[in-house]
Design a protein. Sequence first.
Lengths: 98, 309
Amino acid sequence: MLPITVEFSGGAELLCGNVKKHEVELPKLDGKWQIRNLLVWIKDNLIQERPELFLLGDTVRPGILVLINDADWELMGELDYDLQERDRIVFISTLHGG
Amino acid sequence: MDAIVQQIGLKNNCTFCGVFRRQALDRGAMKLGATKIVTGHNADDIAETVIMNILRGDIARLRRCTAITTGADGYLPRCKPFKYAYEKEIVMYAYFKQLDYFSTECIYSPNAYRGYARTYIKDLEKIRPSAIIDIIHSGESLSVKKDVKMPTQTVCSICKFVSSNEVCKACVLLEGLNKGRPRLGIGKTHKERRKWEEDLAQEASKLSVESAVPGGGRGCSQACHQDDVHRPASNGCSNGADVAAADDDDDVIGGLDDDDDDVTRGGGRKSGCCGTGGGNCEKTQNDKKMMLPPAVVLAKTTMRNLLDF
């Protein structure tokens, strides 16, 4: 079991029933937990509506920022980052206004 | 906005929202005695606007949208200081500084045109992050050929605020909403007006007892053929003479003169025509009173109740 925190912000919380912070326990997996399979897990368990606004293919929709422990995920390996206990993953939507 | 969307539907209401919001901003700023309006448009917004205006061929807006200050010689210039700041930077800044961040979704126009431009730009950004700034740069470098017709800044004849046409867009939209012709102001205004006048003329011919006299009103059509004067539909002559409106289109498309509204179209000429086509003769005024379309608008739309949303 892997306890982590998943947060949504910038409008992305609207896709999860308006709940910004989710303390979750990821079930045991044969392989390792990476962002890659975390995204699928989130889509199946946390996203309540319009999953196409969150996920595009096997990565997040362009325009959604991902922070791993307050660092940009591009610095941490993006989809290949291995999740550790008590990591904090934040998804911020940047698509607004105009 | 709810009332407007009830009339217009889920498409084309961006025009109403944008125009009225900006007008409200202008009027509010004037009341407060402000000297400048500063908005938070960021690099992504500007890039989206450039792409949108290219796709729609809107030369007038294309020139204006990349300027960091617009209307500098007017009474209330507008400025976009975040023009070169990426939306990503702004969001990260707000997040790390723990600023109060709220975002709501627009419920009125889920398939807005801007959404498509936005998706495109976000995909481009993924491949080449500098794409956004590059698009802004190309927008700035665009120069328009000299013989392209550009709108000149004048004053609206109804509300007396700055406008690029004789009647400003907000007044056109309001008129459309109040008279039950909500599509006036969306798309080609002069076509919509002509259609409106056709409908009115049809009503007039049903109500009128006089029989049509061919050729009797020839003088009427000549007098109406005034290319450069925009005539609000209420001045249209009810005897069916067409009131010409050259390029009534508020979205001025540079270089294209929308000449497809044929001015010398006939229509049933009635006898007793005063020949001026100014719409001021007693007959026209009486006809107008009788044939206003049944009230479809819930209440007279004014700036006051628009601000209540």
